[in-house]
Design a protein around this ligand. Structure first.
Ligand code: TPP
Length: 689
């Protein structure tokens, strides 16, 4: 078995065990250079799987890099999508792409997305990043091969599926294992990278998955166990697996997370952190690669890609007479308004830390507890350990378990990336929590495109559609870390019932203060009063119901991190065009403050919604009010919507993506100008008539 020419059937290269070892070493090096250039990504799990990847791509799998769609090729599915750089260097070393190009990993426009996307890169078989789905896809492919082989008299290719051991916590893996066993899918060979670590710590502590061998055996699988860093053992096991008939095979590969780099080995902290330049040099020395990879050239290539991408992007952003970007400061603009930045998620952790003594509160960990700040609940507070429940990477069951806790009088809090805590578990939220009307707080963290380099699979852009559509559900989307803290406190202590809070990952402007009003269900009006050194001080924020009409030219209705953008748009519109803007901070989307929207529409005649979401969650709710509220019948309102326009996200730096997806203040201001001009023309026509 090996790399082949699909047309002639000839083997194009045979790798010896020593050559495979050497290839794996080089792949580890290129992998780390790409991660360093990207500034984010996953070294730990890419290093642990690299020997397996080398053996698979260079020797065990039958495929042709020059003919990546060869119908008879073996398929290699990376269910563990966060190991994407290991996949990319495998493709590079096998000749599917140039290994040097992988250094553009995670950058804007690069085919080397933070998580693999098969439509961007030949050789990538499936798009992945949401753990636990790959084995099910493998089952589908294996069944397809079986159907075709009956029709066409022979489809004998194998479907390899690479998974992590933490990933085994996903219930879906076991549904797929059951199916593969039931259908005797001997064309599936699963490989599990058993490095014993996941994000929150050791797999056995987070959520025990062993004995994996006994589990797979009981589902009708053949099980092989190997040292995942012993190349001979790996190659033997892959060959043995190919020969098994009548049942699927799983290879349990015992590995070391961070393998080959002394300071990364067995360190949970290196799961998702890129090495800096010094760490890269040390790592390459550890790997015995000092001087063997053209690091400077590669990093220069990455920089060049970034420069080109930034130039192209900047050319697409609307321009004004000066730079209004956050904290822009140059010789000519010494007094541009300045603002502090902090991730909204920090407010969530603060509220949990503060309110956590309430004995009803039980926090559920889903293996990204530090990053989404839910871990702040128990940090430094051992007395709360009893009420901290680690459920591992098992969002669906954990959601229903939260319902069980709530049914017994507890106040469960669960959180993950919003894609996993409000989408993957949607039916559990719908039936077990909302239909039952139970007191559960779900947190959708890392929402929106501003998640950045992780890419589409991790950028929740649809969660609000579902959460807003669920009867009994309450939805709050706070605008900064301070408001997130207030909102979380309110939802925890005051509001009883199903509730969803959504916040972002990136540091965004702090635009409220402790004294800014936050009344659940009531919008705030924000108005620019004067330009000054301090961005926040330049604005006045009051409860919408306390505000008199000031005859503003337009309204921008925003939620979440789009509120600061709306404020900045108000600044641009005032400075450049002398337009007055009413910004409506609609932090509570459900129940919605219809009165504030109706008044804004009547009083300004122009309403623009701004959401870091597919257009329609906020825009849909607001439009419904504009279209159906009896007091607006016959009132002319000119409306538009800022948001993501029916497309998936992609990798890039957070603020780049805000521009790419046309969510920036510059874009809002451009739309505002168009609408205000329509309003003026309409008014002129009325006067003339
Ligand atoms: C459904 C889902 N939940 C959560 C995550 C976030 N996540 C990315 S990697 C990871 C840990 C994976 O652990 P493991 O499978 O053991 O992989 P390894 O340690 O080898 O990197 C988690 C929780 C995700 N990508 N998908």
């Amino acid at each position: 078995m090996s790399l082949r020419d699909a047309k002639t059937g000839q083997v194009t290269k045979e790798y010896s065990i020593d050559e495979l070892r050497e290839a794996a070493r080089l792949m580890r090096g290129y992998n780390l250079v790409a991660l360093c250039a990207a500034g984010s990504g996953h070294p730990g799990g890419t290093l642990s799987i690299m020997d397996i990847a080398a053996a698979l791509y260079l020797r065990a799998a039958e495929h042709d890099p020059k003919n990546p769609d060869w119908p008879d090729r073996d398929r290699i599915l990376w269910s563990a999508g966060h190991k994407a750089p290991a996949l990319y260097v495998s493709l590079g070393i096998a000749g599917f792409c140039a290994i040097e190009d992988i250094v553009t990993l995670r950058k804007l426009g690069s085919p080397y997305q933070g998580h693999p996307h098969w439509l961007k890169l030949p050789g990538v078989e499936i798009s992945s990043g949401s753990l636990g789905q790959g084995l099910s896809v493998a089952v589908g492919m294996a069944l397809a091969a079986r159907i075709d082989s009956e029709k066409q008299g022979g489809k004998s290719h194998k479907i390899f599926c690479l998974m992590g051991d933490g990933e085994q916590q996903e219930g879906q893996v076991w549904e797929a294992a059951m199916e593969a066993g039931h259908f005797h899918l001997d064309n599936i060979i699963a490989v599990i990278d058993c490095n014993r670590l996941q994000i929150d710590g050791w797999v056995k502590d987070v959520m025990q998955v062993e004995p994996l061998a006994a589990k797979y055996l009981s589902f009708g699988w053949e099980v092989l166990r190997v040292d995942g860093h012993d190349m001979s053992q790996i190659v033997d096991a892959l060959e043995q697996a190919r020969a098994v008939t009548g049942r699927p095979v799983v290879i349990l590969a015992d590995t070391v997370k961070g393998k080959g780099v002394s300071f990364m080995e067995n360190q949970p902290g290196w799961h998702g952190k890129a090495p800096n330049r010094e760490e890269l040099t040390a790592a390459l020395a550890d790997l015995g690669l000092a001087g063997r990879i053209p690091v400077d050239d590669l990093l220069a290539k990455a920089k060049h890609w970034q420069t080109e991408a930034s130039h192209a992007l900047d050319a697409r952003v609307p321009r004004y007479s000066r730079d209004f970007w956050w904290n822009a400061r140059d010789a000519k603009q010494i007094d541009a308004m300045q603002v502090a930045m902090e991730p909204t998620r920090k407010g969530f952790g603060r509220a949990l830390a503060e309110c956590g003594d309430d004995e009803r509160i039980v926090c559920i960990g889903l293996d990204i507890s530090g990053s989404i700040t839910i871990a702040d609940f128990y940090a430094g507070k051992p007395e709360r350990a009893r009420r901290w429940i680690s459920m591992g990477i098992a969002e669906q069951s954990a959601t229903a378990a939260a319902a069980g806790l709530a049914r017994e009088g507890k106040l469960p809090v669960l959180g993950s990336y919003a894609t996993f805590s409000a989408a993957r578990n949607l039916d559990q939220i719908r039936v077990s929590i909302c239909y039952s009307n139970l007191n559960v707080l779900a947190a959708g963290a890392h929402a929106g495109v501003s998640v950045g380099a992780d890419g589409a699979t991790h950028q929740a852009l649809e969660d609000l559609f579902a959460m807003l559509g669920l009867p009994n559900m309450t939805v709050v989307v706070p605008c900064d870390a301070i408001e997130t803290r207030k909102a979380t406190r309110h939802l925890l202590l005051e509001h009883v019932g199903p509730k969803y809070i959504r916040f972002a990952r990136e540091a965004t402007p702090i635009v409220t203060s402790e004294s800014t009003p936050f009344v659940f269900g009531k919008a705030n009006v924000i108005r620019l009063r004067a330009e000054g050194a301090d961005f926040v001080a330049a604005f006045e924020t009051r409860l919408a119901e306390d505000c008199a009409d000031e005859g503003e030219d337009l309204t921008i209705v925003a939620c979440g991190p789009m509120v600061p953008e709306a404020m900045r748009a108000a600044w641009i519109l005032k400075q450049e065009f002398d337009l007055e803007t009413r910004v409506l901070n609609l932090h509570t989307l459900k129940p919605i403050d219809a009165e504030a929207i109706v008044r804004a529409a009547r009083e300004t005649g122009v309403v623009i919604t701004a959401e870091e979401h597919q257009i329609g969650a906020l825009a849909g709710r607001v439009s419904l009010i504009l279209a159906t509220h009896p007091t607006l019948y016959g009132v002319p309102v000119i409306a538009s919507a800022i948001g993501v326009k029916d497309r998936f996200g992609e990798s890039g730096a957070p603020w780049e993506l805000v521009k790419v997806f046309e969510l920036s203040a510059e874009h809002i201001a451009e739309t505002a100008l168009e609408l205000v001009s329509v309003k003026k023309h309409a008014a002129e026509r009325l006067v003339t008539a």
